[in-house]
Write a protein that binds this ligand. Structure first.
Ligand code: NAD
Length: 289
């Protein structure tokens, strides 16, 4: 048996066509396009690549793009001031802040300063909290991309054994809450699960497996439960190639559905960002929620 490949590029392309239409409608109705401000501090080649891809996708759907690079030695106070300026700028629809941040910058404090109506990465306390309450207002782009891919399989999540590896605020935690909302039985594994030697046991039970760690080959192919839905969020570079966390060649023989890396979660994450910008634009103009 060989798994069906969940092609994130194809799904992103379809969604992009819908978003482009919506952006054109909004532009006609309100006279100006949505604008995304993408903030990054210092120099990070992976972030630069991500930002270049945001710019390309934004151009494609008609969203204006503003790249905001701050110097690596910027102070906390200055970042807060610049974020406040973007919050107040009525031309800016959404802000995304890229990680990692330099040591002198306190991530939670900055996130508390982002206007939740402009928080298109869903990381402010307010937007993250909405997910706990069972409604995704503006949710984490990656978590939403994971859910889109799972829904694309048509698999009914009710009562399914869902195992997540990784418990970050950006991916593991919101995906866990979203799966719970669909009445999956959710287990979240992390570094300590592995330290105790239980990771394989949990993964082997998974009918839906989401892995977001950043360690190539962490999930061995023969741990995959036959027929499982496997979503590999991990991105690492090995010998110049981009790879995920799952041993793909073996896993593809056992899974029912699997995402490739690259070409799975990544392209859809960028499209979710555009969808969040459109949502934010509407919230700001109609106060609809
Ligand atoms: P993170 O560093 O915030 O969290 C990593 C998680 O992995 C933690 O829960 C940690 O406990 C767990 N972990 C670490 N080592 C482990 C091990 N040996 N066994 C089990 N668990 C272990 O990471 P993140 O921001 O959630 O990102 C995870 C990966 O996903 C990275 O490779 C990142 O590049 C990728 N990512 C991809 C996208 C995308 O769009 N495709 C978006 C965001 C992140």
């Amino acid at each position: 048996m060989s798994a069906k490949i969940l092609d994130g590029r194809e799904i992103a392309l379809k969604l992009g066509a819908q978003i482009k239409k919506k952006v054109a409608q909004l532009k006609k109705q309100y006279g100006e396009p949505p604008r995304l401000a993408s903030i990054f501090i210092g120099e990070n080649p992976a972030t630069k690549l991500y930002i270049a891809s945001q710019q390309k996708v934004a151009d494609g759907v008609g969203i204006e793009f503003q790249s905001c690079q701050f110097p690596n030695d910027i102070s906390q106070k200055e970042v807060v001031e610049r974020v406040d300026r973007l919050n107040r700028d009525s031309q800016v629809t959404g802000l995304i802040l890229h990680f990692p941040l330099p040591d002198q910058i306190n991530r939670s404090e900055i996130l508390r300063h982002v206007n939740p109506l402009k928080d298109v990465d869903g990381l402010t306390p307010e937007n993250a909290g909405q997910i706990l309450l069972g409604r995704v207002r503006i949710g984490s782009c990656t978590a939403q991309a994971v859910m889109e891919l799972i829904h694309a399989t048509g698999v009914d999540l009710r009562g399914k054994e869902a195992v997540i590896v990784g418990h970050s605020e950006l991916v593991g935690k919101p995906v866990g809450l979203m799966l719970l909302e669909h009445l999956a039985t959710v287990t979240t594994c992390h570094i300590a699960t592995n330290e105790r030697g239980y990771l394989a046991d949990h993964v082997k039970r998974a009918e839906v497996l989401v892995v977001a760690v950043g360690k190539p080959g962490l999930i061995q192919g023969d741990w995959i439960r036959p027929g499982a839905v496997v979503i590999d969020v991990g991105i690492s570079r090995v010998n110049g190639r981009v790879v995920g966390d799952v041993e793909y060649e073996k896993a593809v023989q056992r899974a029912g559905y699997i995402t490739p890396v690259p070409g799975g979660v990544g392209p859809l994450t960028v499209m979710m960002l555009m969808r969040n910008v459109v949502k934010a634009y509407k919230f700001q103009r109609t106060a609809e929620d």
